[in-house]
Ligand binder design. Structure first.
Ligand SMILES: [Zn+2]
Ligand SMILES: [Zn+2]
Length: 318
């Protein structure tokens, strides 16, 4: 039997997803790619395609049920959505090399999914993302991303939303809009900027090359971006991945995620959209592994200043 449930840590107030089915995932696709056209999951292909994850951590079943027993045992059933987005019918294509028309269609798929999944009132946060490469646990080679729809606000997002709401209450401004202006004034961590977007490695980056991409306008959801803003975002997403490959002299593993506002929850329009690219790679030969300081205290030790990393990125992108 598959157990899927979401338990709350009462000490940190984080939600943890338990999904025993994940253990059954195959390590690698075997002879036949399950995402190539003609397969059981993808019989035909005309444009980026959303399909259900075969091994979902969250599943829309029988509605959301909340249980609380005493002070310590709180859980909800593993309600939610886990989808794959098959980007293309070309097995060997890469996100960083696809045409901007293809990427625009992937953006449209993310926008449609956000709209559709947020109509489920139990859903609070929708996360489109891509894991690429073994170091971030990607098990299928075929170009694809995923979408998770959570029935709770993930802890990191909850913290960001709370800070943004407090700042807004106090200063009547968007904290991220103000942060972007301050970073532009400093001009030490900017990787790229044009009239509509800015890419930077934040002052507080927890890993050497955590790249954040923000629209300069206050935008909470991808569908609010203009076409030219999306084209700028697409260009910098692709050139950032290529820059990382050049800096580390190999094809790096990365995760790419789209952070939009919470849905059916406070903070929807206060949130300022950003994309994040993260690589565990920290030098040509080593990766950042999490040790006791990180796992025991959730405090990151970053061996590269964002100013240094941003300068290396700029040298590749200019
Ligand atoms: Zn394939
Ligand atoms: Zn803003």
């Amino acid at each position: 039997m598959t157990v899927r449930e979401i338990r709350k840590n009462p000490f940190t107030r984080e939600w943890i997803i338990f999904s025993e089915i994940r253990q059954e995932r195959p390590d690698r696709e075997k002879a036949h790619c399950p995402l190539c056209t003609g397969s059981e999951e993808v019989p035909t292909f005309t444009r980026p395609l959303r399909i259900s994850n075969k091994y979902p951590s969250l599943l829309k079943e029988n509605g959301l049920k909340h249980h609380k027993l005493g002070n310590f045992f709180e859980k909800i059933n593993g309600y939610g959505y886990c989808e794959l987005v098959v980007y293309t019918d070309e097995h060997n294509a890469k996100f960083s090399e696809m045409s901007s028309e293809t990427l625009m269609k992937i953006f449209e798929t993310w926008m449609n999914a956000t709209k559709q999944l947020s109509s489920d009132q139990s859903i609070k946060y929708i996360l489109p993302f891509e894991n690429y490469g073994e170091d971030v646990g990607a098990t299928l080679l075929h170009p694809h991303g995923q979408i998770y729809a959570f029935p709770f606000l993930p802890n990191r997002i909850r913290q960001e939303v709370n800070s943004i709401l407090e700042y807004k209450e106090e200063k009547k401004q968007c904290m991220v809009c103000d942060y972007i202006v301050s970073e532009k004034e400093k001009d030490e961590r900017i990787v790229y900027q044009d009239e509509s977007i800015v890419a930077l490695i934040p002052y507080f980056a927890s890993h050497a090359y955590d790249i954040h991409i923000y629209p300069s306008r206050h935008i909470s959801f991808l569908h609010q971006c203009t076409r030219s803003e999306m084209i700028s975002i697409i260009n910098i997403l692709q050139s950032s991945i290529k820059a990382l490959n050049a800096i580390f002299e190999k094809e790096v593993s990365y995760s790419l995620s789209l952070h939009q506002g919470p849905v059916n929850e406070e903070g929807t329009t206060a949130f300022h959209l950003y994309f994040k690219i993260h690589t565990p790679q920290r030098s040509t030969i080593s990766k950042k592994l999490l040790g006791a300081v990180e796992t025991g205290s959730a405090t990151y030790i970053n061996g590269t200043l964002p100013e240094t990393a941003a300068a290396k990125m700029r040298a590749q992108i200019m």
